[in-house]
Design a protein. Structure first.
Lengths: 276, 370
């Protein structure tokens, strides 16, 4: 692809993306505060944590969709927010983002949705483009639906189509926002295997925001646990699983944890406790 | 079944005993709530709350207990409870009382603070509009290879949608406006035997004023609303974000083709509207004023000068830019869900028509004195 040689040296890097002292949000309503994370190259990193802890915001901040109030983002060896718009757009052609609901262009068929990034960033012949689209749609099991509009697809199919579009340009960094949420267990397991294959065969770095424990156990090499707008843990999956940290233990053993220490229940205020 | 009740008794000075019994549900709370509200905590220090005879409590009952407890605690009272049956006790353990420090949050600021906030917001809005305008104009002059590859025939497509699509309605309305203006002016001019000047009046008013203005109002309602709704929907379904992550600038991808298309379809539509307005006037002249075809059109050609046509075209281009920029601007302000799409679409139509008329007044003054 004709833009492939414009990104320098990142294949040799150990870190595919990093955020340093990142704060996202407005004033007192910061969603992420002083977050520093490093995404190891060639690995699958799962960003985990409770709902609303800023996982998706971190993903969006990494690719310019949620510009930070403060901090620094480095993507594939380039300082993203210090680049001019054209350079950012060029860099983004090496990054794929799979949105939670697919975010397909609703007025275009699946084929045209995949054609959009391919046409924008390559000058390949129409035959080659068609073949790439066929292959990518086949990979996610949607080849037969290539002429359908997004509105004619189920939620799960839209999600898979979103993944096909995200990998259309064989990105070096693939970011997935809850890829298996809302999917049936078989499709979810298939997507997990697909992500593992893409990492191995295409040497992709993958970042997955997810809640699904089974998915984390299957795909994660590295885990970043966010809590209350900050990084609570960052390290290999094995280390996270073996950690004695009560929050991580609670997460991996699926025991709900109420993190509000000030919470007083009605029973407590009556002095009768919770357990009859 | 035990009777539902809320019994209050003073067992010692400053020490109340409250016994709750039966069902505390949304169906049974009516009178109990009133009874509870009438309990005075004056001089009371301690409450013995007997919940042991409660049989069933739903959300309304739990809310009642929560509010009653908050009221008692706010007066500094100590509550000693006798535990309810196990399932009710479990429900009480699930329900949290509000955190005291959260109370009063979001209290309204003073008038001046509100005014200052609005001023800052207005300044930011203006700045954002200026950025969108500058981007649109700059991107229209200098095309980008990526967007060009993706949206090859977008300008033609938009021109067809905005221009060709509006043709029938613009034609019909302009013809009717021509008929009405001719009829109203003929009614006055006939009294002075000046029928022939109906042709002058129609020609000048349609080319300088009514043609461009009526076209702009129709397009603000028709195409402006469509532009705002399209962009707003793309915002709420994250299509705009998806474009950004594909390295495509949303203004280049969405707004620029519309801007280019409307820049030349609007003047064409406006000239067409003026022509049909004159035809409307001609129909009235022929049927009602008995002016001959030759006389009417001679008079039209005599009255029109190049400046009239140029004025009309300049106005229509300005109106086109107002409509497309305002509609796009409002479209990009959408967030959340479907309600937001409706809101920004309405706002965009109202703002477009308002600013078209303001600009028209400005142009009229400028060209009158100029």
């Amino acid at each position: 692809m004709d833009t492939a040689n414009t990104i320098p040296h990142h294949q040799r890097m150990d870190i595919a993306a990093s955020a340093t002292n990142l704060s996202v949000g407005y004033g007192s309503g910061l969603i992420l505060e002083d977050v520093s994370v490093r995404i190891p190259a060639g690995k699958i990193t799962c960003v985990i944590g409770a709902s609303g802890c800023g996982k998706s915001t971190l993903l969006r901040a990494l690719v310019g969709l949620a510009p930070p109030e403060a901090g620094h983002v480095e993507l594939l060896g380039s300082s993203f927010y210090d680049m001019v718009e054209n350079e950012q757009e060029e860099l983004l052609s090496h990054i794929g983002l799979m949105f939670q609901d697919g975010a397909l262009l609703n007025s275009l068929s699946l084929r045209d949705n995949l054609l959009t990034p391919l046409r924008a960033h390559t000058s390949l012949s129409p035959e080659l483009l068609e073949e790439i689209i066929r292959m990518k749609l086949d990979l996610v099991g949607l080849e037969a639906s290539s002429h359908k509009l997004p509105g004619e697809l189920s939620g799960g199919m839209r999600k898979r189509a979103g993944l096909a579009r995200a990998i259309a340009l064989d990105p070096q960094l693939l970011l997935c926002d809850e890829p298996s949420a809302g999917l049936d267990p078989l499709t979810a397991a298939y997507l997990d295997q697909l992500i593992i294959k893409m990492k191995r065969l295409l040497k992709m770095t993958v970042v997955v925001v997810t809640h699904e424990l089974s998915s984390i156990e299957t795909i994660a090499d590295w885990v970043i646990h966010l809590r209350n707008g900050g990084v609570h843990f960052s390290g290999p999956l094995k280390e996270a699983r073996e950690s004695k940290d009560p929050v991580l233990v609670s997460f991996f053993s699926r025991v709900p944890e109420r993190d509000n220490a000030n919470r007083v229940t009605l029973a407590e205020s009556f002095g009768i406790g919770g357990n009859p | 079944m035990t009777e539902n009740g809320f019994k209050v008794e003073e067992i010692a000075p400053g020490h109340l005993s409250i016994e709750l019994q039966g069902e505390f549900t949304r169906g049974s709370l009516g009178s109990i709530e009133k009874e509870a509200a009438s309990v005075s905590f004056h001089g009371v220090e301690r409450i013995r709350l007997d919940l042991s005879r409660l049989e069933h409590v739903d959300s309304a009952g739990l809310a009642f207990l929560s509010l009653f407890t908050q009221r008692a605690q706010s007066k500094g009272l100590t509550i000693d409870a006798i535990a309810p049956p196990p399932d009710i006790q479990e429900a009480l353990a699930m329900l949290a009382l509000p955190e005291p420090e959260k109370k009063g949050k979001g209290a309204s600021h003073g008038l001046l603070v509100g005014l200052a906030e609005r001023t800052i917001k207005f300044k930011e809005t203006l700045l954002l509009f200026a950025v969108l305008t500058a981007d649109t104009v700059a991107f229209s002059l200098k095309s980008d290879v990526r967007t060009k590859r993706v949206r090859k025939d977008a300008v033609w497509m938009e021109a067809e949608r905005i221009g060709l699509g509006s043709l029938p309605i613009v034609a019909l309305i302009s013809l009717l406006v021509g008929l009405v203006v001719a009829l109203q002016s003929a009614y006055q001019l006939r009294q002075f035997g000046a029928n022939i000047y109906v042709a002058n009046l129609i020609a000048v008013s349609m080319t300088r004023e009514m043609g461009p203005l009526m076209t702009a109002i129709i397009l603000a309602g028709r195409s402006g609303a469509a532009i705002a709704a399209e962009i707003a929907t793309m915002m709420v379904t994250e299509e705009v974000s998806a474009l950004k992550t594909m390295g495509l600038n949303p203004v280049r991808y969405i707004v620029v083709p519309k801007f280019k298309a409307i820049t030349w379809t609007m003047p064409a539509l406006s000239i067409f509207a003026s022509f049909l307005g004159i035809i409307g006037g001609f129909i009235i002249s022929l049927l009602y004023l008995e002016l001959g075809t030759e006389v009417f059109f001679n008079q039209v050609l005599k009255s029109l000068i190049v400046k009239d046509l140029v004025t009309g075209v300049i106005k229509s281009i300005a109106f086109a830019w107002i409509i497309v920029l305002i509609s796009s601007f409002y479209g990009f302000r959408a967030y959340g869900g479907a309600e937001s799409v409706g809101r920004v679409t309405t706002q965009s139509v109202v703002a477009s028509i308002f600013w078209v008329i303001v600009a028209d007044a400005g142009f009229s003054l400028l060209f009158y004195f100029g």
